[in-house]
Design a protein around this ligand. Sequence first.
Ligand SMILES: [Zn+2]
Length: 395
Amino acid sequence: MAERPRERVKLHPVVGHQDLLQALAAAYARGSLPSTLLLHGPKGVGKQRVALWLGQLLACEAPSPAGPCALCPSCRMALGVEHPDLHWYFPLARPKGVSGERLVGALEDARAKALAERRSEPIRASYDDELRGLYLGVVQNIRSRAYLRPTMANGQIFIVGDAEMLVSQEASQEAANALLKLLEEPPGASRFILTSSEPGRLLPTIRSRTVSIHLTPVPVADVEAFLVAGVSADPNEAAWAAALSQGAIGRALGFLSDGDAKGPLEALRRKAYVLVDAALSDSPVTGYSVALSYSPAGARKLMDLFAFVEEWLRDLGAVASGAGDAVFNHDARPRLTEIVSRSGITANDLALAISAVEEARELARGNVNPQLVISGLIRSIRSRVVDGPLMEMTP
Ligand SMILES: [Zn+2]
């Protein structure tokens, strides 16, 4: 990826989703836009960017049924992520050594720092390997802000990214309930825009208080064009990354290399391949050495890896059932074909193996030692694919 300029950057235009933006702008012009929305869809598809666009629309001084004007002071501030009434929350690493009331302030400081980073570099891959959460302190922050008189807009506007993170962390129930109260009775003309790539993990009570809007994948050609124009990616690499993106810009960005270093998602995709390859190999020793190459702590960080493991298994299933055109990992098709013909695995075996990934995910959520989770996953994929399901039932 080429060196990006360091001066203040504005948010890039929304890529794709134009029909949705039109529908939202028209609903707002009619006065029928709900005050609490949940934008859901695949990771990296642009949910937070669309949420920020909505925030700009709500803050705009001269909105039209076509959208925000993009010219008024409010629009300009929203595009620079510095509008005083537009508040963007997202999961953060828990500040160390702080608790109680001091945590609320520390979280706000951490958010200010993260916002400054996003302002100077608004285009980011939807991947990072730090553990993050939306802690109770964040909700307390939102709550105290929601009751303040807005500076410029009609009401305070809150964007809560990855809102499902409210339920996966400690004190989550309390945090979720506090948010629930706000969603139920938004103070004044406040508006809430939640985003989630895992809406099934949101509390049902939160889901039932929000109007859901699904964001579909962006056409691959649009992703490719954005990579070239927006981040000056090499055209060949852009085409390759876009084809792997599944229509998610944030995902495509994660595949792009940075100098000599592979993109973080590409590194992870390869790691997942090594895991699947070990599970399908004849030697159990390979599986153990793969498991031992993982850190003994931080199982919750394995979720992105599991998604890639699942994709490799799905691809093998596609090849095994003669639907090789449907593989996600288009650049590995010859290798996938070779694995299927060598091992004689069937689409059925692979469907069973995919259920092993879901089990591993559950263990990882429970924060079991990653080496145990990985070696267990490799063993259960092997038992379902190589040995076949019958072997598993034999004592
Ligand atoms: Zn405007």
